[in-house]
Design a protein around this ligand. Structure first.
Ligand code: C5P
Length: 253
């Protein structure tokens, strides 16, 4: 059965202030169900933005790409999972919407952190979710950042890091569309592939190197597309999101 295109689109709220994030969520909430909060926005305004998105009934992908000693990452992951519990009590009760998730939807750790760090991240997420009664978020491993693009054996590096992620109990990885089909072949359908670097035809590549269109990424086997600037910086973000959803709908997955 084909999935609703809305379940495949993640909009990156890469804006500098809470106010801009709030406006974007208001503009997009009729069409978009999943929002990514990354280091820029989280550093600027902190947990309040996570709670705001959850209180609007939307899913949160907290993309802070944890990479530190295992003990610190385990504690950071516990704190992140706990944010999911707070989301529902913040706005005025009359404004509360039924949330699409009981807790955060996804969060990221860096596979370069190594086996012990990844295992402790998963154990901490599982334990915290159980302790506070929320669903454990999907824990995703970052494989290769755009800044590592100069290496020429990128496919094998991604594959090696994805194997480590799987072995340590992660739910999936973040990887470019170009590796999505290899990952799909290697791991089957039971491993999430999230793909950034998506550019609808006619859009600027910006600093993204291995870019593909939304349809190519989905046809290559990506489960979720992370899209920031092509939506956030468009003069009509809602129409830009709708165009992308339409393109996803025309794929055969
Ligand atoms: O604006 P754009 O669509 O390029 O946004 C891409 C988003 O995906 C950013 O929030 C960025 O942090 C994230 N990302 C990436 N490349 C990776 C991993 C994550 O661009 N390898």
């Amino acid at each position: 059965m084909k999935t609703d295109p809305k379940d495949k689109l993640i909009v990156a709220l890469d804006v500098p202030t809470f106010e801009e994030a709030r406006q974007l969520v208001d503009i997009l909430k009729g069409a978009v169900d999943i929002f990514k909060i990354g280091s820029q926005l989280f550093t600027a305004c902190g947990p309040v933005v996570v709670r705001h998105v959850l209180a609007n009934g939307k899913k949160v992908f907290l993309d802070l790409k944890y990479h530190d000693i295992p003990h610190t990452v385990a504690n950071a992951v516990a704190a992140a999972v706990s944010l999911g519990q707070l989301g529902h009590d913040v706005l005025a009760p009359g404004k509360k919407q039924k949330s699409l998730t009981n807790g955060l939807f996804m969060l990221t750790v860096h596979t370069l952190g190594g086996e012990e760090m990844l295992e402790q991240a998963v154990a901490s997420a599982t334990q915290t979710a159980q302790d506070i009664g929320v669903t454990k978020p999907f824990i995703l491993g970052i494989t290769v950042l755009t800044s590592e693009e100069k290496k020429n054996n990128i496919h094998s590096i991604v594959l090696e890091r994805a194997h480590l992620a799987k072995k340590c109990g992660l739910d999936g990885v973040v990887a470019s569309s170009q590796e999505a089909s290899i990952l799909r072949q290697e791991f089957g359908s039971d491993f999430i592939v999230v793909t950034p670097g998506i550019r609808p035809s006619g859009k600027e590549a910006g600093d993204q190197k291995r870019i593909t269109t939304p349809a190519e990424a989905i046809n290559n086997g990506s489960d979720y597309l992370v899209i920031g600037r092509p939506i956030v910086e468009d003069k009509d973000p809602l129409q830009a999101a709708k165009n992308i959803l339409q393109e996803i709908k025309q794929t055969n997955r």
